[in-house]
Design a protein around this ligand. Structure first.
Ligand code: SF4
Length: 288
């Protein structure tokens, strides 16, 4: 056959054969592309959807220090013998890392202790208010501190920010109205909120079965908290682990700290999405 080919060989024929081959080859490439590209596209969409991270409500704790030290604090600050503040650079990096991993937050709260005792409160508010992923930002304060003018000016420029002053007017030395007026005069969006007082504390473990733990978890609204570089479902979990009242179980929280590599970013994003969607109970539910 090869001999016959050599005998009949002509450059004219070779050119024809090459043209035929490239025509078929490009047809072949196009049919592969037609199947392959939609597959890649759909797979990409599927993976992005699986990794989507959304919060209805989320809050970040800047400090456990407080200027009031209530006996039955809703955020369980009464269990810290000595309050502490997370380092400013750590707080800012954690918020930025979490924002990188998150697709949407309806309401993002900046809390403490008393958040105006932390030097980075305005930095955090600016970062959050500057993100299109966040619909609204609130700072929850006990209304005992009037921040300095520079901080007020920065807060006044933050879009979607509301400072919420918990109404503790009934406590003798608390000057809620004066603090409210100071925010208002500085042009900060501010509101006084009167909560029905409820006493919060750690209950001893109840020894619930897994089914009971799951039922408690299902009924819970879950405030979602960024605490010390990890997402917890609630303050009972975050503060309970920190103070040693709740068992430390790795499945009960999800780290959000990023090292800057693409690989770790996607691992963290999938882990966070799965943590939020697939967790059915945490140890803290036994004390809730
Ligand atoms: S301990 Fe469980 S049920 Fe209680 S607030 Fe936290 S997540 Fe919800």
């Amino acid at each position: 056959m090869f001999k016959e080919y050599i005998r009949d060989f002509s450059f004219h024929r070779l050119r024809g054969e090459l043209e035929e081959f490239t025509k078929n080859f490009s047809l072949c490439v196009w049919s592969v592309k037609l199947v392959f590209f939609p597959y890649i596209f759909l797979r990409h969409l599927f993976l992005l959807r699986r990794a989507r991270v959304e919060f209805d409500h989320l809050e970040t704790v800047l400090t456990t220090k407080c200027s009031l030290n209530c006996r039955n604090c809703a955020n369980l600050m009464q269990y810290y013998k000595e309050g502490f503040s997370f380092p400013p650079e750590e707080v800012i990096k954690d918020v930025k890392d979490l924002l990188a991993l998150t697709d949407h937050v309806n309401e993002f709260g900046i809390i403490g202790g008393e958040p105006f005792l932390h030097p980075s409160v305005a930095d955090v508010a600016e970062i959050l208010c500057g993100s299109k992923k966040i619909k609204s930002v609130i700072i929850v304060t006990n209304g005992t501190i009037i921040p300095e003018r520079k901080i007020m000016e920065r807060l006044a420029k933050c879009r979607n920010l509301e400072v919420q002053i918990s109404n503790y007017n009934h406590i003798a030395h608390v000057r809620t109205n004066e603090v409210y007026q100071a925010f208002l005069n500085a042009g900060v969006n501010v509101k006084i909120i009167t909560y029905a007082w409820r006493a919060y504390h750690f209950s001893p473990p109840k020894g619930k079965s897994v089914q009971e733990l799951e039922a408690t978890f299902r009924k819970c609204l879950k405030c979602n908290e960024l605490f010390d570089g990890a997402i917890h479902f609630c303050p009972t979990s975050s503060n309970g682990m920190k103070c040693g009242f709740v068992p430390h179980r790795a499945e009960d929280y999800c780290s959000i700290r990023l090292d800057g590599t693409k690989k770790q970013y996607w691992e963290r994003k999938y882990a966070l999405a799965s943590f939020l969607k697939n967790t059915t109970w945490i140890c803290a539910c036994d004390q809730c």
